[in-house]
Design a protein around this ligand. Sequence first.
Ligand SMILES: C[S@@+](CC[C@H](N)C(=O)[O-])C[C@H]1O[C@@H](n2cnc3c(N)ncnc32)[C@H](O)[C@@H]1O
Length: 182
Amino acid sequence: MLEEFLYLLAIFFILIVFGTMAVAGFRGAPWVPTKKKDLDRLIKLADIQEGDTIYELGSGDGRILFEIAKRYRVDAIGVEISLLPYLYSKTKLWLMNTIFVQKMKGKVSIVYRDMFQQKLESADIVICFLLPKVIRELEKKFSKELKKNAKVVSYVFPLELHNALAVDKPEKSNISIFLYRF
Ligand SMILES: C[S@@+](CC[C@H](N)C(=O)[O-])C[C@H]1O[C@@H](n2cnc3c(N)ncnc32)[C@H](O)[C@@H]1O
């Protein structure tokens, strides 16, 4: 009886994990992390100021948020809909705050939410690495909700309706990172 229950529980968990992954792939982009070697370029381009509120839409394993919070006294909020990266990043955050006690200047929080449900009025910077079809939809949300002078940093794919303030691509082989100001 217990064996059957555990078996069903395992199947249920696997279905939820793959189900939310499929939703994420459809609603935004599959989980493909930003390359570690590009983190410096991305963070530099964002021109982060102390006290900024930063949202990452589709925060994956949280690597960008953790790196930012190590360097700046900011509020860094990740929004993630896929269960596996969400649980992974939450566990990492918990471990960093409790067992390994990594000194972070900023505060990281990660919420389980569809990015389209996330209010962005308080954002100074929004970071994303999403597919063009979703960026197209998000751009309308940015125009409606972002305050004047808020920045958007998009890894790999550009926005369609706005002109980039800067594009970081030091060499031909590098991935492009786009900066926008609203
Ligand atoms: C290409 S990955 C980027 C991950 C992370 N930002 C990074 O750069 O390492 C896109 C992420 O967006 C998440 N995602 C896709 N659609 C989403 C949605 N509608 N709401 C929240 N997160 C979403 C995926 O689960 C995935 O983790």
